[in-house]
Ligand binder design. Structure first.
Ligand code: SAJ
Length: 427
């Protein structure tokens, strides 16, 4: 199927790079977002997200004339839905954005079109939820138009490279839909493109993120055990990972972001009686901020009035995304315990956490402090020179929740140094 024109709905972390990449590979792309400030900003060349290389890519796409940004879908050969699927308070998948996006396609859907859902969704969404909405056009899915599910699998921080290089799964509601999807992504994907059915593709996406989340839960539980048995978890994991079939991930302050912390719930919600392991992994990861709090309280007797500088609020290193971030939760918990908390997030220097003070610069954040608490391993934090920091802060205690710093160099610079999971060096 030859596709010349494309409409991408949702210009977030996935939709914007996807739309821009198709545009720089020669397709005529309309990027659609319902938020007026995003549409206006992009039309002025302003990119509202931070992702390495994204600004340059978007500006090139806009400049080429192949990418235009609008607030409504336009007629096109193909449509990609890349809107968020967060969860509601009750942990049910919030499909409102998908519903609105699909409904907005209905007036412009034409015979012969291809529609692809990329948003992470509970199993059977494409067949049972999206197809009936699109069929309100009077056209029949699989007969008059093609419909497929293709999960995005790109890692924030490396989106532009992974978009092109990763293997891509295309699940069609029928074989022709899958083939049409394959033709579309073949425009720029250099990884293998594998076709299957829509529900399998949905399940594959959820399994990938669930697998990672369970692995991280194991690492977090191992870290707690290591604290208890006076083992350095980082040393132990490095040794265990020398086994040819073992690849344990890294413990940390918890699991955040809009993917791994959310997606596995789509399976729990869809089959609560079956998804026991997933639920337990979730509980372990969710209680990791409390574990970090307990750890801090053990090292620092009494949190009240202690001046604690939180370094990093993002959900993981070198991104500006704070959604579901365990670091934000820990900052709040510290404030609830009457610590005097200063937060510093270099990727979002103005971000406010209730009950804490925001410092825009590192210098301002650390000058008056008792404890420096490293919650995100941003490269710029990892590269700090302990001797230089010594001369800029009143703090004497370092707590490292992410294995971002070398114990010996910080101790040599005169700090008391504590690391989560490093029971060997705490006794
Ligand atoms: N984390 C750890 N320890 C680790 C790795 C991660 O505690 O060893 C934490 C991070 O700090 C973060 C959370 O887990 O809080 C998630 O980070 P991540 O880098 O594992 O994943 P995401 O959420 O940024 O991106 C994931 C990726 N999925 C997989 O690797 C299976 C990505 O490929 C997906 O496209 C993305 O979810 C998505 O959009 O679904």
């Amino acid at each position: 199927m030859k596709i010349n024109t494309l409409c991408v709905l949702g210009l977030g972390y996935i939709g914007l790079p996807t739309a821009s990449t198709f545009a720089t590979h020669g397709l005529k792309v309309t990027g659609v977002d319902t938020q007026p400030q995003i549409v206006t900003g992009l039309n002025n060349g302003e990119v509202h997200l931070f992702e390495p290389g994204l600004r340059t890519l978007v500006q090139a796409a806009l400049k080429s004339g192949n990418l235009v940004v609008k607030d409504k879908p336009q007629p096109a050969d193909a449509f990609i839905i890349a809107v968020p699927t967060p969860f509601k308070g009750n942990k049910q998948a919030d499909m409102d954005f998908v519903k609105m996006a699909a409904e907005s396609i209905v007036p412009v859907l034409a015979a012969g079109n291809l529609v692809i859902l990329e948003s992470t969704s509970p199993p059977r969404t494409t067949v049972d939820f999206v197809a009936p909405i699109l069929e309100k056009s009077g056209l029949k899915a699989g007969k008059d138009f093609s419909l497929a599910y293709s999960p995005e699998r790109v890692l924030p921080g490396q989106i532009l490279r992974e978009l092109i290089e990763n293997a891509r799964v295309i699940g069609g509601i029928d074989a022709a839909s899958a083939e049409a999807g394959r033709d579309l992504y073949a425009t720029f994907v250099r990884g293998e493109i594998v076709v299957t059915d829509a529900t399998t593709a949905e399940m594959v996406k959820l399994m990938e993120n669930t697998y990672r989340r369970i692995n991280i839960a194991a690492a977090n539980e191992f870290a707690r055990l290591a604290d208890r048995f006076q083992v350095d978890i980082w040393e132990a994991i490095a040794l265990a990972n020398r086994h040819p079939r073992v690849k344990i991930l890294n413990p940390g302050p918890g699991v955040g972001g809009h993917c791994i912390s959310v997606d596995p719930w789509f399976l729990v919600e869809a089959a609560p009686e079956t998804a026991q392991l997933i639920r337990t992994a979730r509980m372990v990861n969710d209680s990791q901020p409390d574990y970090v709090m307990e750890f801090i309280e053990k090292k620092v007797v009494g949190l009240a009035n202690k001046r604690i500088t939180v370094l990093g609020l993002a959900y993981k290193p070198d991104v500006d995304d704070l959604r579901e971030s365990p670091a934000v939760e820990i900052a709040r918990l510290l404030a609830d315990n009457e610590a005097k908390v200063i937060v510093h997030e270099p990727f979002k220097p103005d971000f406010l956490v209730a009950g804490t003070r925001t410092a825009q610069t590192l210098e301002e954040a650390i000058v008056d402090a008792d404890i420096l608490l490293l919650l995100v391993g941003h490269t710029q934090f990892k590269e700090l020179d302990p001797a230089a920091i010594r001369s800029k802060t009143s703090a004497n205690i370092i707590i490292d929740a992410v294995n971002g710093w070398e114990r010996v160099t910080w101790q040599s610079a005169g700090f008391d140094f504590y690391r989560i999971g490093d029971g060997k060096n705490l006794v």
